[in-house]
Design a protein around this ligand. Structure first.
Ligand code: F6R
Length: 615
């Protein structure tokens, strides 16, 4: 949700900023802009729409400098217009600021500034912050590095809300100031150059040495040095970390889209989610990051899983998996509802928040609310050093590598693997025998190969997708753990192709949904060979009796489905608790190919952003 890149050093800033913005475009793509410090003045270029539009604007009107800040926007306050594009300036026009987050009290602050004679060019909350910093610089008359830091500090003390910012001032060359609260900001350390970014993927091509800033920290960055302090004025300890992945991991490689690349990465990402976490000897899973003893885990009598969107669907699937393997009651709560619902939880309830980005505002709020109530709250995150990863009381990393496509794919299957590991661990502490644990482990170890085999169905799935690409409405149906997979299939299709789609438990058909069935509305049934196969078949018959086209996801060797369905995709056999990891893959590919067939921008669907850092 908005991406920031800043550079200060000996090289031209623009190529670094533009490359970084392209890598952060998944965070928002309503408008983009840069501001560079050059010979005592700041020059900005902005454009509505994609980074490509900004590149074109710069080609027509080049800009230079060795210090610069830049931004790609996902609009919150103020429409998608040129005026609202960042960077924003202060009253003097000598300062430029980019911001990711929301200044909640911006109206009050804006009115106070207007009363003092300030004039605003945009409708954004960010411009208010730029004016506050500029006013503090001008008021103190201290045009030094320390003066700029102090001005940022004074401004930030007045704002309520979230921010990741980068600021430069024409009268204070040689320094760029960054700060964060609630929105991520990372400092990249180079040789005689430094970087600021919302996400390491923007700068990993230049450096893998980084400092993840904490909330309320301010960093003054020069080419050769940096100083970190806090908004309250004290010094701050920091730790230099090395980014785990290389620049290649954030490239598309030979794939036409990140989404397809990430779907194809699943044999590896699933392997990485399990790596080092399965013990054949003890026939259980090892999840050291939970930081809980077996006795503590044994005392858990209820689990709450919370997340948003796709992560919530993994929670719903996890409910089936954990209850099946561990016999512990699991409840799922959409993160945005969690903090307003006042969920009754007893002392031995263990809470997990699930988030690929680790920055989703609603999920973070659920984490904090759960902790406020005194519950041990663990995170299942992909993004190492994300806010959720850092604030949770422990957890499990997905190790899925960067997920750039806006639609979540590989992170979903990694989440399912981790929830299965959790089910195994908790089950083995309770009723699962050593032999049962060994069987589960050996089934899990086969998963990467089964996923690779499922991916071989791609061409077949593409054919089916093209056949139905013009439908206006889809129904997705499944039972048991495949019911949330039906919801996930519907969500993928909606976001990638803008086709209306909904996911239901198959039996819900006759309670209303069947009214939607007609010759033009395809139904996708997830009907593997499991305990409820016959029930699914009955529901398929009900749809067929009303002339609804049916696409079925079945199990290899099945011959019954082909007799009643229009199209059948057969995935490898796996135990019930692992089938969702396989059955979701054809649905990911199905949405992808429909999106491509319709000419949609599958990596950057309209109105969406990868990381939703506002409530
Ligand atoms: C769907 C999608 C979103 C995210 C949701 C949570 O494809 O990507 O629904 O799953 O915004 O994001 P994280 O997992 O980053 O908290």
């Amino acid at each position: 949700m908005c991406g920031i890149v800043g550079y200060i050093g000996r090289a031209e800033a623009l190529p670094v900023l533009m490359d970084g913005l392209r890598r952060l475009e998944y965070r928002g793509y309503d408008s983009a802009g840069v501001a560079l410090l050059n010979g005592g003045s700041i020059e900005s270029r902005k454009a509505v729409g994609r980074i490509a539009n900004l590149a074109e604007a710069i080609q027509q009107n080049p800009v230079h400098g060795k210090t610069g800040i830049s931004h790609t926007r996902w609009a919150t306050h103020g429409g998608v217009t040129f005026e609202n594009a960042h960077p924003h300036s202060d009253q003097s026009g000598r300062l430029a600021l980019v911001h990711n987050g929301v200044i909640e009290n911006y109206q009050t602050l804006r009115e106070q500034l207007l009363a003092k004679g300030h004039q605003f060019k945009s409708q954004t909350d960010t411009e208010v912050l730029a004016h506050l910093v500029g006013e503090a610089v001008d008021g103190a008359g201290n045009r030094t590095k320390a003066g700029l830091v102090e001005a940022v500090r004074m401004a930030l003390r007045q704002v309520i809300g979230t921010y990741g910012i980068a600021v430069i001032h024409a009268d204070i060359p040689g320094v760029m100031v960054g700060a964060r609260r609630g929105s991520p900001l990372v400092l990249g350390i180079g040789r005689d150059e430094h970087f600021l970014a919302s996400d390491v993927s923007a700068i990993v091509a230049h450096t893998r040495e980084v400092v993840y800033l904490n909330d309320y920290e301010i960093v003054a960055v020069e080419a050769e040095r940096f100083d970190i302090s806090t908004v309250s004025g004290s010094g701050a300890d920091f730790q230099v970390s090395t980014v785990e992945f290389s620049a290649d991991a954030v490239d598309k490689g030979t794939f036409p889209h990140y989404m397809l690349k990430e779907i194809y990465e699943q044999p590896n990402s699933i392997r990485d989610a399990m790596r080092g976490r399965l013990s054949s000897e003890e026939a259980t899973a090892k999840l050291g990051g939970l930081e809980m003893t077996n006795a503590q885990l044994r005392a858990v009598d209820r689990i709450v899983l919370s997340g948003c969107g796709t992560a919530f669907h993994s929670a719903l699937t996890g409910e089936y998996i954990i209850e099946n393997l561990a016999h512990i009651p699991v409840e799922c709560e959409i993160a945005s509802e969690f903090r307003y619902r006042n969920l009754p939880m007893d002392r031995d309830t263990l809470v997990f928040v699930i988030s690929q980005s680790g920055e989703t505002a609603d999920t973070l709020a659920a984490l904090r609310e759960s902790q406020r109530k005194g519950h041990r709250t663990l995170g299942i995150c992909n993004n190492v050093a994300s806010t959720i990863a850092r604030e949770s009381d422990g957890g499990v990393y997905m190790h899925a590598g960067p997920e750039i496509g806006v639609a979540a794919t590989k992170s979903f299957t990694s989440q399912l693997v981790i929830l299965t590991l959790l089910g195994l661990l908790l089950g083995r502490i309770r009723h699962l025998s050593h032999a049962e644990g060994r069987t589960i482990i050996s089934e899990m170890e086969k998963l990467p190969d089964l996923v690779a085999k499922t991916l071989e169905l791609d061409a077949e799935i593409e054919k089916v997708a093209r056949k139905y690409a013009r439908a206006n409405n889809f129904l997705f149906m499944g039972r048991q753990a495949n019911y949330p997979i039906a919801m996930e299939g519907a969500l993928k299709l909606k976001e990638i192709s803008y086709i209306s789609a909904s996911g239901y438990p198959s039996a819900e058909l006759k309670h209303g949904v069947i009214a939607l069935v007609n010759e033009e509305t395809p139904s996708v049934f997830i009907a593997p060979q499991d305990a409820v196969f016959d029930k699914n078949v009955s529901n398929i018959e009900e749809v067929k009796a009303r002339k609804g086209p049916v696409i079925a996801i079945g199990t290899e060797g099945d011959t019954a489905l082909a007799k009643i369905c229009d199209d059948v995709i057969l995935i490898p056999h796996a135990p019930d608790y692992l089938t969702p990891i396989l059955s979701v893959i054809p649905l990911q590919l199905f949405s992808y190919h429909i999106g491509v067939a319709l000419g949609c921008d599958v990596d950057k669907p309209r109105n969406l952003a990868k990381s939703v850092t506002v409530e």
